[in-house]
Write a protein that binds this ligand. Structure first.
Ligand code: URP
Ligand code: ZN
Ligand code: ZN
Length: 462
């Protein structure tokens, strides 16, 4: 069994910070202590660096077939880019095609990921067509596939959206079998009407994307999902939350003792709606759903992190190259929705969050790793640095500065949402299950290194 000794680093978890050496034997952490007097096959000096648990991004869409095209990162390129940025595990959405089974969706996603992903991966199961047949599949998916999280889209009318009856019945089923529902909250009917009105008025440019999808339309759907979850007793996780109004619905729910899990994404913390109003077709780069919001919403999201209302900062990584975005040159509603982020999330949250004094180190770890691991049943295998945990460790140099650019990133997409941003702090070495995957920008693992992660039924105590 290979061993690796990481010396002189500062271990940071969601609760602790201390100087220690970490011994890894095989794929797991076997010893942590001050100046360990042990030998190992390989030693790495981490002086001046933090040792963070490998990042978990619980919201990605590798190779997603969407709006007439496919997300441009494969499981290979996307997870490798994640490793470059300190993300060692993703949870991607296996999305049912309406008229087909959940099993078929999982088979299709396994085909894309198995033997290809470089980083570790799990799946959420997205239900787009809940009926008596899909209902029967739920226990098998939870117990045999090891998937405890399901997803519904309350938007994308006509291809992904479910109605309230379907969502309500799915919730009932998840309560019975140990699942948590994750929801894309936007009112698809309102959006459909707004798009129609804009196109009829000749409003075709990217800015009409945000103008068709106001914050109230997200908050209405969030409130509805929260109410149905309360009625059924189903555990709920709201994905990609963007705005103050949605957070207020969550706060109200806490007043009746309801727990709602909330995710936001790095772009909603750092970018705002002014991006849609840039010249030409630039705004297409940020056409994603829900859209970017106002500065006051960013402030509300940062505050919600501090208030423990948000448990995870993900990416919703769903990149499309500019020639794909151009499908909507004359009609904003045809611009494939989504943007890249998996490679930059970790360093951006550190740079904009920790170095700018918005969050502390433990909160950083909770948001990038531990929170998602606990909710989705990966903890303590993932999400922490502890004896017995997978040795997914990021040796992070807090002093290194660099400039983000599509010229140098590893994501398979021809632009970066943060082009030209200066960041302080960088993943120097990313270790996945005891193997040095990335060191100083060089990859030492390749296609197929990633493992599929089965997860136990949902534990509502988290
Ligand atoms: O615009 C987005 N977010 N695209 C990916 C699909 C989704 O809604 O998460
Ligand atoms: Zn979504
Ligand atoms: Zn998504």
């Amino acid at each position: 069994m290979n061993s690796l000794l990481i010396k002189n680093g500062t271990v940071v978890t969601a609760t602790d910070k201390y100087q220690a050496d970490v011994l890894v034997e095989g794929e797991t952490v076997s010893m942590i202590g001050a100046q360990l007097d042990v030998s190992a096959d390989r030693e790495i000096d981490a002086s001046g660096c933090y040792l963070f648990p490998g990042g978990i991004d619980a919201h990605t869409h590798m190779e997603l077939p969407f709006m007439g095209t496919h997300a441009s990162d494969t499981f290979e390129t996307g997870t490798l880019a994640g490793l470059h940025g300190g993300t060692t595990t993703i949870i991607d959405f296996a999305i049912q095609t309406q008229g087909e089974s959940l099993e078929a969706a999982l088979e299709s996603w396994h085909k894309k990921a198995d033997g290809h992903a470089v980083g570790d991966y799990a799946f959420h199961c997205a239900v787009t067509d809940f009926n008596d047949d899909t209902r029967k599949e739920i226990p098998h998916i939870i117990n045999e596939h090891g998937i405890n999280s399901f997803k519904v889209f309350m938007a994308y009318k006509g291809f992904l959206m479910v109605d309230d009856r379907q969502m309500y019945e799915l919730m009932e089923e998840l309560v019975k079998h140990g699942g948590i529902l994750t929801t894309h909250c936007e009112n698809g009917d309102m959006i459909d009407r707004n798009i129609q009105k804009n196109l009829e008025a000749g409003n075709t440019s990217p800015k009409y994307h945000v103008l068709s999808r106001p914050a109230g339309c997200e908050a209405e759907a969030a409130g509805r999902a929260i109410d149905l979850a309360h009625q059924t007793g189903c555990s709920l996780y709201i994905v990609h939350t963007t705005c103050e109004e949605s957070l207020n619905r969550v706060k109200i729910a806490t007043m009746r003792n309801q727990k709602v899990h909330v995710e936001t994404c790095i772009q909603y913390l750092l970018l705002d709606e002014s991006e849609y109003f840039k010249d030409g077709f630039e705004g297409a780069k940020v056409v994603m759903s829900p859209p970017l919001r106002k500065k006051k919403d960013q402030e509300a999201l940062w505050a919600a992190i501090q208030q423990n209302l948000i448990q995870h900062v993900a990416t919703d990584h769903c990149p499309f190259c500019m020639d794909q975005k151009a499908m909507g040159k004359d009609d904003f509603s045809k611009i494939p929705n989504g943007g890249p982020g998996i490679e930059n999330r970790f360093e951006l949250l550190y740079s904009e969050g920790v170095t700018k004094g918005r969050i502390g180190l433990n909160k950083f770890v909770e948001m990038t790793s531990t929170g998602a691991a606990k909710i989705f049943g990966l903890f303590p295998r993932k999400g922490t640095i502890a004896v017995g945990s997978d040795a997914d460790i990021v040796i992070f140099d807090p002093e290194t500065k660099h400039t983000i650019s599509a010229e140098t990133h590893h994501m398979n997409v021809d632009y970066n949402l943060y082009e030209g941003w200066q960041v302080q702090g960088k993943a120097r070495t990313t270790i996945l299950r005891g193997t040095v995957a990335i060191d100083e920008g060089q990859a030492f693992v390749g296609e197929g290194f990633g493992k599929y992660l089965k997860r136990p039924p949902f534990d509502p105590r988290y």
